[in-house]
Ligand binder design. Structure first.
Ligand SMILES: [Zn+2]
Length: 306
């Protein structure tokens, strides 16, 4: 049976009560055009953000697509311009998109709390090929602790144990995957409010993976339903403590439900980052169930925002 998703509109409503605002946007797009689109036609689009760029480089196996364009945080206006035919005259191919969601908070304290919340409940299962040796659960910190004022690692005496500092990027998938997820909270939002935020992004790489998401044209991007996308992709999990205890029992024989629950609770309290735990204990994954109701989501959030 397919599990139900918690609608993003519900997530937004609940977070709003805690002063957290949600914004969806496209963080980056890469596309290629053929010779029928002259470079000058793209000037306006390129100039709309100083990070944007255009290179004369062909898409492999599609030599006629000879210009490679990178756009950063394209606005709705830019996307609409590209969707209209005046700029892109010939063929084009979208080969990379980053979908982002920023959870905007009022202050650093709220940012830290929300980051801890996502660390503890955010789940991402990779689709790996059958019989593949790779794990379904990947997790890696992107950088070393920057030893800032708010850092957890600053006072960490056990140097072998990594902390879930705010300053680190969390990678939920290895860089070679066609669909990747990353989370970070150490930068202000790139959207207009410039507030502190927790930033979650899903990167879709390559024509095939993008088409699988029903994106063929810029019009598809203009019409893209971000809320629906994140209802599926923001997968929050809550443990069934008895199941978690049972899966981590040292003894083979069956134990009483109460004992399992207690062991499960110990197990749950042992870690800060669910995805990191699953990387090391993939056998426990079935104990984590989708947060699929407003009540469950509110309950979990209350443990953090007191
Ligand atoms: Zn740090």
């Amino acid at each position: 049976m397919k599990e139900k998703n918690l609608p993003m509109s519900t997530v937004q409503r609940v977070l709003k009560k805690n002063g957290i605002e949600v914004v969806f946007y496209i963080d980056r797009i890469r596309f290629y055009t053929d010779t029928r689109t002259h470079k000058n036609n793209l000037a306006g689009v390129i100039n709309s953000n100083e990070k944007n760029n255009l290179q004369f480089k062909s898409l492999s196996k599609h030599i006629y697509l000879d210009k490679k364009i990178n756009l950063f945080q394209p606005t709705k206006e830019t996307l609409l311009e590209l969707a209209n035919n005046d700029i892109l005259s010939g063929d084009y191919a979208i080969t990379y998109i980053e979908f982002a969601v920023d959870f905007l908070v009022k202050n650093k304290k709220s940012r830290n709390t929300l980051s801890d919340f996502f660390d503890k409940h955010l789940f991402n299962q990779r689709s790996v090929k059958k019989n593949s040796a790779t794990s379904k659960f990947h997790f890696k910190y992107g950088n070393d602790c920057k030893k800032k004022k708010y850092c957890k690692e600053k006072n960490n005496t056990d140097s072998d144990k990594e902390s879930n500092c705010i300053c680190k990027t969390r990678y939920f998938t290895p860089p070679k995957d066609k669909i990747r997820m990353a989370v970070y909270s150490d930068k202000r939002t790139k959207t207009k409010s410039k507030k502190y935020c927790v930033h979650i992004e899903k990167r879709i790489v390559g024509l095939k993976a993008i088409k699988k998401n029903n994106i063929y044209t810029f019009q598809n991007i203009v019409d893209f339903n971000h809320s629906e996308f994140w209802s599926t992709n923001l997968d929050l999990r809550k443990p069934n403590l008895s199941a978690l205890g049972r899966l981590n029992s040292f003894k083979r024989k069956k134990t009483k439900k109460g004992a399992d629950g207690k062991r499960g609770k110990n197990e749950w309290n042992k870690f800060n980052v669910l995805q990191e735990y699953l990387r090391d204990h993939p056998h426990s994954s079935s104990a984590f169930k989708k947060v699929d109701t407003e009540k469950k989501f509110e309950g979990l959030l209350k443990n953090f925002f007191k």
